[in-house]
Every structure is written in C-alpha cells, then in structure tokens.
Design a protein around this ligand. Sequence first.
Ligand SMILES: C[C@H](O)[C@H](O)[C@H]1CNC2=NC(N)=NC(=O)C2=N1
Length: 96
Amino acid sequence: MSKLSNEVIEKKLLQFPDWELKDDTLYAEFEFENFKDCFSAMSRIAFECEAQNHHPNWSNVYNLLKISLSTHDADGVTQKDFDLAEAIEEIVEVED
Ligand SMILES: C[C@H](O)[C@H](O)[C@H]1CNC2=NC(N)=NC(=O)C2=N1
C-alpha cells in the first residue's frame, strides 16, 4: 500500500477530528475515566489490530492513551492507518 501525500492526509483528517498528522504518523490522545476503562479499550483495539494485521505505536499512563499510526513498509501514512483509526474511533466511542 502506498504512502499518502500530506495533502490527501489533511483532507481525510477532516473526517477524524480526534486525529492529527504528527511526525509522519496519525496521532491521537484519548482520556478515560480511569485505568480500567482505558485498558479495556486497549484490549478491544488489540483484537481489531490483529484482525486488520496492522498495529499501533501506543503508550498508556493511568487513564491516558496516546496512539501513533503509520505503515512501516511505506514509511508513512497509508489507507491502512485510516482504516485502523476508524475502528479505534468506534471502540473509543463505545467506551466513553
Ligand atoms: C508481516 C506483517 O504483515 C507486517 O509486519 C505488518 C504488521 N503490522 C503492521 N503495523 C503497522 N502499523 N505497520 C506495518 O507496516 C505493519 N506491518
């Protein structure tokens, strides 16, 4: 899958208000009520990543989740990252 141009990425990001282009990745931060809710969302996201065979760089501190999505093979952002971002949005909305 080929790397998307910054112009295309910025246009697509209009549909993803939680996400921004940062260091050549799609980046978002999500805050939850507590650690349990955060980790529950991470577990759900992990299953989706396996289903899509696409995986995030992420970090968690208590109730805060930081996620960076990129496609290693393409050395940038591809449609695969937007597909995973969309799935993450659906999961996080349910957890909220
Ligand atoms: C072999 C396997 O298909 C690849 O390593 C996959 C796995 N998960 C991946 N995840 C991400 N974020 N980018 C990749 O390029 C990628 N490649």
